[in-house]
Design a protein around this ligand. Structure first.
Ligand code: AMP
Ligand code: MG
Length: 408
């Protein structure tokens, strides 16, 4: 029997799991040169986040656009391999999962903590349907294996479910030192700020204090400009983070930031179906984004059938689908979006959820969460959130849209 042991888990991630490409669930209905007035669009593709990344810049001189596209691909590589990949052993995420402790500074790694905190907020917002703590479960389900599966024994799932409590994640301010795994604090040795008390982080009092060595906590390095950073600790050593449900959206947002800063007014960022639009087409009209139909997805590798399209500008369009990654066993299909309450693939009756939102990280997490919540609870959640719209497609083909979801 596989044990949910930290070392096993990490070696499994490192050696056993071969990344495979997810299918694109959103397709762009590109209009080619018609989109650009004076200059042709310039595109670049790459393979990051275990999926195809394609970025297209419109209305910009080719050499400058190519320079920017190189920067964007470097950003995608950075967010995937340096920060959020669960498969690259040297990423910050792998290192935190392995060592249970990670020191990050404002200056060098501001985005790791930013996405972790955003994920914890979204976990609360979605009543736990989106959980950043499902790394152990994802590992035993082995959806990314070659071949994927098999279905894990029920007792392993039960065991993994006992290591998904985000309140065991501690985020301590002002600790610019890395503790080794063996030096993990015992209760009473440290005063921690808990992750669900973000207010404490804003306070000026030191919230991380080594009881035996008060000097260590106070020891800010003047050379670092007073940036003591944060210490993230997994006090449950069996807990493993998995940010696969949000990291692509977050990376798309940061790439958009870079393009805007460089003066781009029209672009499409597509990270494996997470589509983030920069502005509108150069002629001022909306982009058209196609949402791939479930049937064509089931017929992987076959012809794409785009049965739904949305036309819009400057927004994020993200789809989560049960058909993106799955395996079959004894005639039953097991897909990769897990219900954090049961440890099994979500069984909400939905096969896909498309979220339109301003930022893509939020849209990404909400799409995953709604697939778990189901149409009714999902719709209630999205209707509470201003500027966010959703399209739900059920297994029987029934389609439900929130009021502001753009018509075709
Ligand atoms: P997405 O394609 O954005 O829906 O994300 C699916 C990925 O998110 C999976 O491959 C897992 O890595 C992770 N995941 C699965 N279930 C959940 C969940 N309930 N909450 C957050 N992340 C999840
Ligand atoms: Mg998602």
């Amino acid at each position: 029997m596989k044990m949910l042991n930290k070392k096993c888990i990490n070696s499994a991630f490192r050696f056993a799991v071969k990344p495979c490409c997810t299918l694109l669930s959103l397709l762009l209905l590109l209009t080619g040169c018609a989109a650009g007035r004076d200059t042709a669009p310039v595109s670049r593709t790459g393979l990051y986040f275990d999926t195809a990344v394609e970025i297209t810049i419109y209305g910009m001189e080719e050499a400058r656009a190519n320079e920017l596209l190189s920067e964007c691909m470097d950003l995608a590589a950075h967010y995937d391999r340096d920060l959020f990949s669960a498969y690259v052993p040297t990423s910050l995420l792998s290192s935190l999962n392995r060592d249970c402790v990670l020191s990050v500074t404002h200056a060098s790694d501001p985005d790791f903590l930013r996405l972790l905190e955003m994920s914890l907020d979204l976990e609360r917002e979605t009543d736990g349907a989106f959980s950043p703590c499902l790394g152990g479960l994802s590992m035993i389900w082995n959806f990314t294996g070659d071949p994927p599966g098999p279905v894990p024994p029920a007792d392993e799932i039960r065991q993994a479910l006992t290591h998904t409590d985000s309140s065991t994640i501690r985020i301590a301010e002002g600790a610019g030192q890395l503790l080794s795994f063996d030096a993990l604090p015992e209760a009473g040795d440290f005063t921690f700020m808990t992750a669900d008390d973000p207010g404490a982080a804003a306070g000026s009092d030191p919230v991380f204090t080594a009881a035996d060595d008060p000097g260590a906590a106070a020891g800010s390095d003047p050379a670092a400009g007073g940036d003591d950073g944060f210490l993230i600790t997994l006090t449950d050593v069996g807990l493993m983070l998995d940010l696969g449900g949000i990291a692509k959206g977050f990376a798309a947002d940061r790439i958009k930031d870079r393009l805007l800063e460089a003066g781009v007014t029209s672009a499409i960022i597509n990270l494996g179906g997470n589509v983030l639009l920069v502005g509108s087409k150069p002629d001022g009209s909306d982009f058209r984004v196609g949402i791939r139909d479930l049937e064509s997805a089931a017929d992987a590798g076959g012809t794409e059938h785009i049965t739904r399209t949305v036309t819009l500008s400057d927004r994020s369009v993200v789809t989560s689908g049960t058909y993106e990654r799955y395996f079959e066993e004894d005639g039953v299909r097991y897909h990769h979006i897990l219900d954090p309450a049961t440890g099994y693939p979500a069984d909400s009756g939905l096969v896909s959820v498309t979220i339109i939102s301003a930022d893509s990280a939020t849209g990404d997490a909400l799409a995953t969460a709604c697939l778990v919540l189901g149409q009714q609870k999902g719709q209630a959640l999205i209707e509470r959130l201003p500027g966010t719209e959703a399209l739900f497609i059920a297994a029987d083909g029934t389609e439900t849209r929130t009021a502001g979801f753009p018509a075709e």
